[in-house]
Design a protein around this ligand. Structure first.
Ligand SMILES: NC(=O)c1ccc[n+]([C@@H]2O[C@H](COP(=O)([O-])OP(=O)(O)OC[C@H]3O[C@@H](n4cnc5c(N)ncnc54)[C@H](O)[C@@H]3O)[C@@H](O)[C@H]2O)c1
Length: 414
């Protein structure tokens, strides 16, 4: 049986397969494909917390490709993170930054640690130690981490402070996702959701007669799910179903996203909100126009892909559709806007934060939103053209664009 966890362990293999397939479609030289499959640098760190006992943790930073600029990608804390996973994620960041037209390469960091067993002072010591081991390979001109799974603005604040302390340089561009008080940007909490809503609208305008009144189901109601729902509703979409880990709710006349959010803030779940109660499985197979998986990876898999009725799926989460499900949905003519575009609003926001810090700017929120929308529209334009040229799906077209830009810039530098 196909399971998400099994697929997750093979993330690096999957990425290599995808790269080879794209290389073949593009007619790329085998040497180039081989070169892109190997990260430029992988740094291993040993982080120790010394007290009555010594706790030792292992971590990595994979710097996959810098043809387009400094490495960029998050740092995650997770008890099961592996070196291969970090490398695969850094490759994905190379493609994501490339397709979005950002001046960044791809990087990713991971520390094998269970954050739930750490006290706050221990978390601070851990991230400071990670930076102390790594700072010679970091910085606004070299490698720019951001928050990821189980890391946040406070952790970035400690990280940037440690970096500044060790280097003596007030380089706030060395980390993004910082609190606004530390030269972060105010859109941080909703950049990704805004981007998801924007790509959905762009596609709907071109191929579905507009976003107004389109029935939308949202799987996952955290940062990405809530903000996607909020912006889509503001754009005129009809959010009919929402779920979280505890279950889902449905109202064919449209849910009031603001009210669902108030309920969910209060009761820590959307379950039991006054609407029809449905399961997560039911939500995924509702007869809606647009489905937005915004929870975890692999929720649409070989088991349920045949029953999905949405015409458009926008991947708010990373990897919500398994490889097998992707094939099934493609055959059935379902359009999928892939994660590397759909949820790139966050990294565009990170780019703005980095650029703003580099010039010592004081950028306004409306300007950040405008940049996120524009970058989404440009990327979708490029990908739509490529789908026509190669008669391909959006995931393939996005990868072709991403690899092409990296290869072209690498060749120019040779
Ligand atoms: N936050 C960002 O800026 C960002 C950027 C890019 C990609 N992503 C990806 O988007 C996804 C969601 O991230 P987030 O920041 O919104 O997370 P989050 O923790 O804020 O929210 C996750 C939501 O998914 C729900 N959920 C978890 N497991 C579920 C399950 N089995 N079935 C149904 N619902 C489930 C949770 O209840 C919660 O509502 C992740 O894949 C993440 O990697 C997030």
């Amino acid at each position: 049986m196909e399971t998400a966890s099994l697929e997750r362990t093979n993330l690096y293999d999957q990425q290599l397969k995808i790269l080879r397939r794209i290389g073949e479609i593009m007619g790329l030289d085998g040497d180039i494909v081989e070169s892109l499959s190997i990260p430029e640098r992988v740094i291993q760190v040993k982080v120790q917390l010394k007290g009555d006992t010594i706790k030792t943790f292992i971590g990595w930073r994979s710097q996959h490709n810098s043809a387009l600029g400094p490495y960029k990608g998050g740092i995650r804390f997770h008890p099961q993170v592996t070196k291969e996973e970090v490398i695969a994620l850094s490759m994905i960041m190379t493609w994501k930054n490339s397709i979005m037209g950002l001046p960044f390469g791809g990087g990713k960091g991971g520390l094998r640690i269970d954050p739930s067993v750490l006290t706050l002072p221990e978390t601070e010591r851990v991230i400071r130690e990670y930076v102390a081991q790594m700072y010679k390979y970091m910085g606004g001109d070299f490698d720019v981490p951001a928050p990821d799974l189980n890391t946040d603005g406070q952790i970035m604040a400690w990280a940037v402070d440690e970096y500044i302390r060790l280097t003596g340089k007030n380089d706030f561009s060395s980390f993004t996702g910082k609190p606004t008080e530390l030269n972060g940007i105010s859109t941080r909490s909703f950049s990704t959701g805004l981007g998801v809503a924007e790509v959905t609208k762009i596609y709907a305008e071109k191929f579905m007669g507009g976003i107004e009144g389109k029935r939308i189901a949202i799987h996952g109601f955290g940062n990405v799910g809530y903000n996607s729902a909020k912006f889509l509703q503001e754009m005129g979409g009809k959010v009919v179903a929402i779920s979280d880990v505890n279950g889902g709710i449905l109202d064919w006349n449209g849910l009031d996203v603001g009210k669902v959010k108030e309920f969910s803030d209060r009761y820590k779940t959307v379950k039991d909100f006054p609407a029809k109660q449905i399961s997560n499985e039911e939500l995924l197979t509702l007869d809606v126009d647009i489905l937005i998986p915004a929870s975890i990876e692999g929720v649409i898999n070989a088991m349920n892909a045949h029953s999905v009725k949405a015409k458009l799926i926008v991947e708010g989460a990373n990897g919500p559709i398994s490889v097998k499900a992707d094939e099934i949905l493609k055959k059935r003519g379902v359009i999928i806007i892939p994660d590397i575009i759909a949820n790139a609003g966050g990294v565009i926001g990170s780019y703005v934060e980095w650029a703003n810090n580099k010039i010592g700017g004081i950028i306004e929120e409306e300007e950040v939103k405008r940049i996120i929308r524009n970058k989404m529209r440009e990327a979708m334009g490029r990908v739509m053209k490529t789908t026509e040229k190669y008669e391909s799906d959006y995931r393939t077209a996005a990868m072709i664009n991403a690899v092409d830009r990296v290869v072209k810039s690498a060749k120019l530098r040779m």
